[in-house]
Design a protein. Structure first.
Length: 130
């Protein structure tokens, strides 16, 4: 009887278990934004779909909110994770994907960048047009 009870409990646990998610806690993203070496506002000129989950955003620096790496008016090109333009599986993990159609339609964005100029923990924010 105990073996049957244990077996039924194991089957029930297996059937109700949900897949593990590797998403980071919200404070990890908040820390990435707070500690980014450079924060810039980009005047977006183009957002090109470069792969199933990546876009290249090109434009000029509209404002520097933090850091010394960038100057207003300078050309900038960033790789931004994006989804929605092709069918792709739902991904779990730390990556924050932008909607590719919204990214292409955007005219402004805020990028939180590390010293090398890459997005700090995928932190890119589409901003409303002025």
């Amino acid at each position: 009887m105990r073996k049957l009870t244990f077996a039924l409990a194991a089957i029930a646990a297996a059937l109700t278990a949900s897949p593990a998610s590797a998403l980071l806690p919200p404070q990890a993203y908040a820390n990435a934004r707070a500690n980014a070496a450079n924060v810039i506002i980009i005047n977006v000129e183009a957002a090109e779909l470069t792969s199933a989950m990546s876009c290249t955003v090109r434009g000029t620096v509209g404002a520097v909110e933090r850091g010394a790496k960038y100057e207003g008016g300078a050309a900038v090109e960033l790789t931004v994770p994006c989804r929605g333009h092709v069918m792709s599986p739902v991904m779990t993990g730390a990556v924050i994907f932008q909607n590719s159609h919204a990214l292409q339609a955007s005219t402004r964005g805020r990028a939180y960048l590390d010293d090398a100029g890459a997005l700090a923990l995928y932190q890119y924010e589409i901003l409303a047009a002025e």
